[in-house]
Design a protein around this ligand. Structure first.
Ligand code: GLA
Length: 385
C-alpha cells in the first residue's frame, strides 16, 4: 500500500524536522499562550510566601482564574543555599515550597518558579549550573508546573555557541521528571531565539530585553514584534515579556493598548501587577474575555502589522474559522481616524463586526471599518468571515 510505504518517510521527516524536537522530547504543553501572573514586575525582591498566596487568592476572588489565568509564578530572589547533597533550598522568605505548591494547587491554580543556567541568577542568587537535573527533580518534588530559565550569569561559564545545548539540557531534565512543566526561555531574544527556541524544547521565549511600566518601552517592544509571527504556534510562543497593566506608569487607555497588542501577538498573558490591590479598571482590562479569546484562539497564529500610516497602525490576527481580530492603534498624540479595509483581511462585502472593548456587536459592516482612536489608544474589533 502506498500510504504504508510513505509512513516511515513521513515519520522520519517529522523526527528530523529542525524546527521542532522529536515527539518524545516535547512536553505537549501550552497549546495556547500561557496565562498567569509573575511576581517580578511589581514585587521584584519583595516576593515571599505570603505574596504568592495572596496572588493566588486574588486570582480566584477577582475572577481572573475564571477568565483563564492559571499560573502563579515566583520570579527571582526565592533561592537559598544548597544543602550538603547539593539540593537547592528556598531562602527564609519561602519556609516550605511544597506546602506553598499544595496551597496554590488547592486553589485550582499552578505554581511557577525561576532559575538560571548560570551559577547565579540575574539578582545574584544561586543558579542551576551543574545542578540541572537535580534542580528539575526538586521542582517536580515540590509540585512546580512552570520554569522560567533566565540566562543571566551563564555568559561567565558558557560560550555563546553553547546556548542552545544549555537550554536543551534543562528541557530534557524537566522531561525526565515526568511532571508536566512549562518551559520558558529567557535570554532577551539573543541569537534569534525564535528560530531555535522550539527545537530545544521551549514553550515560550523572551524576544526582547526587559519591559518596564512606561508607554515608551511597552510600545517600543510591542510594535516591533510583527516579523516574528511565523515562529509562534501551539506549544511554542514568542514572549514580548510580562504585562505591566495596573502598575501605575501608564494610563488605562495605554494599558488597553498594551493588552490588546499582546493578545494580537498571541503573547503569553502573564500579569505583573498587585492582584490583591487593583482598580476596577485594571481588573476589567485583565479579564476582558473578548480580548482574551483573541489571544487564546486555538488556531494559534500570531498577528502582524497590516498597514501603517505615520503613527496609525492596523494590526490583524487570523482566528480559527476565518474570522479576524483587528487592532486600530494610534501611537500619536492626537485623535486619529483609522480604517481597516476588508481586502487586508482577504475578506469582502458585508461582515459582522464586534467591538471588543465596548463589548458590542456593531452589525454588518460593508467593505471597511473606520474608527476615531484616542491618542495612545486602540479600537479592537472582531470581523466575521
Ligand atoms: C531578568 C529578566 C527579568 C527578571 C529579572 C530577575 O532581568 O529578564 O524578567 O526575571 O531578571 O532578576
Amino acid at each position: 500500500m502506498r500510504n504504508a510505504r510513505l509512513a516511515p518517510v513521513l515519520l522520519s521527516l517529522l523526527v528530523l524536522s529542525p524546527a521542532l524536537p522529536a515527539a518524545a522530547q516535547r512536553n505537549h504543553l501550552a497549546r495556547t499562550p500561557p496565562m498567569g501572573w509573575n511576581s517580578w514586575n511589581h514585587f521584584a525582591h519583595r516576593v515571599n510566601d505570603r505574596v504568592i498566596r495572596e496572588a493566588a487568592d486574588a486570582m480566584v476572588a477577582s475572577g481572573m482564574r475564571a477568565a483563564g489565568y492559571q499560573y502563579v509564578n515566583i520570579d527571582d530572589t526565592w533561592e537559598g543555599q544548597r544543602d550538603a547533597q547539593g539540593n537547592i533550598q528556598p531562602n527564609a522568605k519561602f519556609p516550605d515550597m511544597k506546602a506553598l505548591a499544595d496551597y496554590v494547587h488547592s486553589k485550582g491554580l499552578k505554581l511557577g518558579i525561576y532559575s538560571s543556567p548560570g551559577p547565579r541568577t540575574c539578582a545574584g542568587f544561586a543558579g542551576s549550573y551543574q545542578h540541572e537535573q537535580q534542580d528539575a527533580n526538586t521542582y517536580a518534588q515540590w509540585g512546580i508546573d512552570y520554569l522560567k530559565y533566565d540566562w543571566c550569569s551563564a555568559s561567565r561559564v558558557y560560550r555563546p555557541d553553547q546556548m542552545q545545548e544549555v537550554y536543551r539540557k534543562m528541557a530534557l531534565a524537566l522531561l525526565a521528571t515526568h511532571r508536566p512543566i512549562v518551559y520558558s526561555l529567557c535570554q532577551y531574544g539573543w541569537q534569534k531565539v525564535w528560530t531555535w527556541g522550539a527545537s530545544v524544547g521551549g514553550n515560550l521565549w523572551r524576544t526582547t530585553g526587559d519591559i518596564n511600566d512606561t508607554w515608551r518601552r511597552m510600545s517600543q517592544i510591542g510594535f516591533n514584534q510583527s516579523d516574528l509571527a511565523p515562529y509562534a504556534g501551539p506549544g511554542h510562543w514568542n514572549d514580548p515579556d510580562m504585562l505591566e497593566v495596573g502598575n501605575g506608569g501608564m494610563t488605562d487607555t495605554e494599558y488597553r493598548t498594551h493588552f490588546s497588542l499582546w493578545a494580537i501577538l498571541a503573547a503569553p498573558l502573564i500579569a505583573g501587577n498587585d492582584l490583591a490591590h487593583m482598580t476596577p479598571a485594571t481588573l476589567a482590562i485583565l479579564t476582558n474575555r473578548d480580548v482574551i479569546a483573541v489571544d487564546q484562539d486555538p488556531l494559534g497564529k500570531q498577528g502582524t502589522r497590516l498597514s501603517q500610516d505615520g503613527t496609525s497602525e492596523v494590526w490583524g490576527k487570523p482566528l480559527k474559522g476565518g474570522a479576524w481580530a483587528v487592532g486600530l492603534f494610534n501611537r500619536g498624540e492626537q485623535p486619529a481616524s483609522i480604517t481597516v479595509r476588508w481586502p487586508q483581511l482577504q475578506l469582502a462585502g458585508a461582515r459582522h463586526v464586534r467591538d471588543l472593548w465596548a463589548h458590542k456587536n456593531l452589525g454588518r459592516v460593508r467593505d471597511q471599518f473606520t474608527a476615531t482612536v484616542a491618542p495612545h489608544g486602540v479600537v479592537m474589533i472582531r470581523v466575521s468571515r
